[in-house]
Design a protein around this ligand. Structure first.
Ligand code: 3H9
Length: 705
């Protein structure tokens, strides 16, 4: 028929069945070739008098995984998917869809336009367009509610989650689940039933009972709207997805589809769609690093973690979750007891939250986990992760010992968040086996893992870092050696900017409000209170000892911390936390301390409004992000974006700081930086990379290719 879609007729005693098969590796995306092929195959079936039923199936590992995302933003080539699915549904002879792998987005929409659906047991279906800043645009918002009812469809479409075959059967999305793993066989079996029982071409669009049941139910619609808005946190697509679903109850199918199209086009043209699709591809590109071309991961069967504090216990739990046996090593018996308690506290919390049961918790704690005060017990480990106190001398001493006891070929990692891995590696006899693995707290929850490749790190060792990230279901980002690597280096820059704005007259509460409104889960001062203001204080002390004299306006922070106000853990920091509440109240005394510092320094306060705050906050982040790329600490701009998204709460629907810069225009960012230069010439030097890109009329994305 066409290269992407074949049409053949199979005949046996039961009769003739047309098989329409899609073949567009790797995921059978509904590209132009597939849409065109499907339309032609469906037309052939319509006029083929030798057959009364057809099976639609995907070749390879999956049914259609959705529209071809690479085609978005380019001119659409006819036929569009809505035309194809409407044509299939309009046929008078039944089409049976046989699903395996994933039927997602336009894939499920194609399936919903078929007259019957069967799925192999391992198949999953879903409408994940919401994650791309879109809504299902080929009738999915109108057909799914006709099968499941409004509430279930709203939940599935606004969450974008994958629904397993058995649940899909219960919800009425599929008509049968086949225990085998061959979709064609399952489809043919269903088609034979269609022939035998004379089942008609049943059209989803004509099944109105469930949507009519919700018609006029404004109470339901408003409660769904409130729920979705709360979860959306500034993202537009969940809210418009819901509006489209509500339209299925309020309008006829034909008008509902029109409404769906309007809302789809609104999202298609929104910057959020562009940002989220950037993230979709960045998520996949970030794992493609040069070391993986020649590097082969080493085994990762057993792990040792040095240190049982917050980081060490979180890292251990993350590995236990992945089924890796872990030996935790502490310096003495007392430390071992504390380390075990820390791990068990996290596991108990998992049981309390219903993540797993007591038996599984015990399996993790007793079968996979051991604690030792003897460093020699790391000798069996394939990977050793040092998560001790953040001090170069301590780390060097530990790595000398690790070097002595670790088996040959073991990967030796430090979880330092800013120290020089080359220096750490230099004290061992095997610097090629050493790398940085920077986890984020809480390490069993946070998805980001910075994989710090030092000067001598072997490619196999770097590849093992990426294999570990995958095993732990984390997102590995390659970073080079510098103070703070990618994330903490950029963080330091915009936090120092925030402190600087406060000193110059802006309220810390106004900064938090502006950052929150931008889409972050919390502002920098709320984050400081959560992490503990004593941590930043200790960090500044270290830097001051090292002779640091950068203009980090930290005097007011030092004063707050010196009053014993460390943040949430002491009930007071920037905010006041009453009765153990995690939501803080503004504290007039903090404002008074800040005022006092301003007076002592003779600063005439000039408060900034929300827009002025965010322009500076983002410019500081983007400028340092550019430097990190320019120096090769991050491979590409997308690595910076992914780091800030998964480790620092940057709103996903804004695409990451460097994508955001591209979208507002790099020339605008450069103009901003230059205009701020007069406020603090040392701080606001534009990165050469930005100057160069603007001069060439390019953007960050041009470096992602
Ligand atoms: C939609 O359908 C809109 C309609 O409602 C409206 C129509 C009017 N297109 O993830 P993987 C690539 S929106 C193009 O590593 P896995 C992917 O980039 C769509 N390319 O594999 C990668 O390429 P590379 C709604 C796609 O096994 C390769 O395939 N659908 C698409 O871990 C392998 O992917 C979705 O949002 C695509 N649709 O996971 C589903 N999908 O090798 C998006 C994948 O060059 N896809 N690629 O890096 C997924 O969730 C996962 O890919 C899937 C497989 C679960 C299918």
């Amino acid at each position: 028929m066409t290269e992407a879609v074949s049409y053949e007729v199979l005949s046996d005693d039961a009769g003739a069945i047309a098989v329409i098969a899609i073949d567009n590796p790797p995921v059978n995306a509904a590209s132009h070739a597939v849409r065109d092929g499907l339309m032609k195959a469906a037309q052939t079936f319509a006029t083929d008098s030798s057959v009364e039923v057809a099976v639609l199936v995907g070749k390879g590992r999956t049914f259609i995984a959705g529209a071809d995302i690479k085609e978005f933003g380019k001119p659409m080539q006819e036929p569009g998917l809505p035309d194809v699915v409407n044509y299939i549904e309009s046929l008078d002879k039944p089409v049976v869809c046989a699903i395996h792998g994933t039927a997602l987005g336009g894939g499920l929409e194609t399936a919903l336009s078929c007259h019957y659906r069967t799925a192999v047991a391992s198949a999953r279906v879903g409408l994940p367009e919401v994650h791309l800043g879109l809504l299902p645009g080929a009738g999915g918002t109108q057909r799914l509610p006709r099968l499941t009812g409004i509430e279930a469809a709203a939940e599935i479409i606004t969450s974008g989650r994958h629904v397993g075959a058995r649940e899909a059967l219960k919800l009425g999305v599929v008509d049968a689940v086949d225990d085998g793993d061959d979709p064609l066989k399952a489809g043919l079996a269903f088609a034979r039933r269609v022939l035998k029982e004379g089942l008609p071409a049943r059209r989803t669009s004509e099944q109105n009972e469930k949507v009519e049941a919700a018609r006029g139910n404004t109470l339901l619609f408003d409660s769904l709207r409130a729920m979705v808005k709360k979860k959306a946190k500034g993202q537009l697509s969940p809210e418009l997805c819901l509006e489209a679903v509500i339209a299925s109850a309020e309008l006829s199918f034909a008008d509902g589809v029109k409404r769906e199209r309007e809302l789809f086009m609104e999202l298609m043209n929104s910057p959020q769609r562009e940002a989220l699709i950037h993230v979709f591809f960045a998520d996949r590109e970030v794992g493609k690093v040069p070391e993986l071309k020649t590097g082969t991961p080493r085994p990762l069967d057993k792990a040792a973690v040095i240190g049982g504090g917050t980081m060490g216990s979180g890292i251990s739990v993350s590995m236990l979750f992945a089924g890796m046996p872990v030996t935790m090593i502490e310096q003495d018996e007392e430390g071992s007891v504390r380390g075990r308690q820390n791990v068990e506290r996290i596991l108990d919390d998992g049981v309390k939250r219903g993540k797993f049961d007591q038996a599984h918790r015990d399996h993790l704690a007793n079968n996979l986990y051991s604690v030792s005060a003897d460093i020699a017990s790391l000798s069996e480990a394939d990977i050793v992760i040092e998560a001790a106190f953040e001090n170069m001398d301590v780390k060097k001493e530990l790595f000398r010992k690790i070097d002595k006891h670790a088996k040959e070929g073991a990967v030796l990692a430090s979880n330092t968040s800013y120290l020089n891995i080359n220096e750490i590696a230099s004290v061992t006899e095997r610097p090629a086996d050493v790398l940085g693995l920077h986890f984020f707290s809480p390490a069993h929850v946070m998805r980001l893992l910075e994989i710090v490749v030092a000067d001598n790190t072997d490619n196999d060792v770097a590849a093992t870092g990426f294999a570990l990230a995958k095993k732990l279901k984390k997102v590995g980002v390659r970073a080079g050696v510098c103070d703070g690597f990618i994330g903490n280096r950029i963080l330091e820059r915009y936090l120092s900017l925030a402190s600087y704005l406060v000193e110059d007259g802006t309220s810390p509460y106004d900064i938090d409000r502006a950052v929150l409104k931008f889409g972050y889960p919390m502002g920098p001062n709320q984050m400081g209170d959560l992490a503990g203001l004593d941590i930043g204080y200790a960090n500044r002390e270290r830097k001051r000892k090292e002779g640091w004299n950068g203009r980090y306006a930290a005097d007011y922070m030092d004063r707050i911390t010196e009053l014993g106000r460390y943040g949430q853990k002491t009930g007071r920091g920037f905010y006041i936390y009453e009765d153990g509440s995690r939501i803080g109240k503004e504290d007039p005394e903090v404002l008074e301390i800040i005022d006092q510092v301003r007076r002592e320094k003779g600063i005439d306060p000039k408060p900034l409004d929300e827009d002025a705050i965010m322009r500076r906050y983002m410019a500081a982040m983007i400028n340092e992000g550019a430097r990190v790329v320019e120096e090769g600490i991050a491979l590409r701009p997308l690595d910076v974006d992914i780091t800030m998204l998964y480790g620092y709460g940057f709103p996903r629907w804004r695409g990451g700081p460097l994508k955001y810069a591209d979208m507002i225009g790099l020339d605008t960012v450069l103009e901003d930086i230059r205009s701020f230069e007069s406020e603090a010439p040392d701080f606001w030097k534009p990165a050469d990379l930005i100057v160069d890109l603007v001069a060439r009329g390019e953007n960050f994305d041009s470096l992602n290719k």
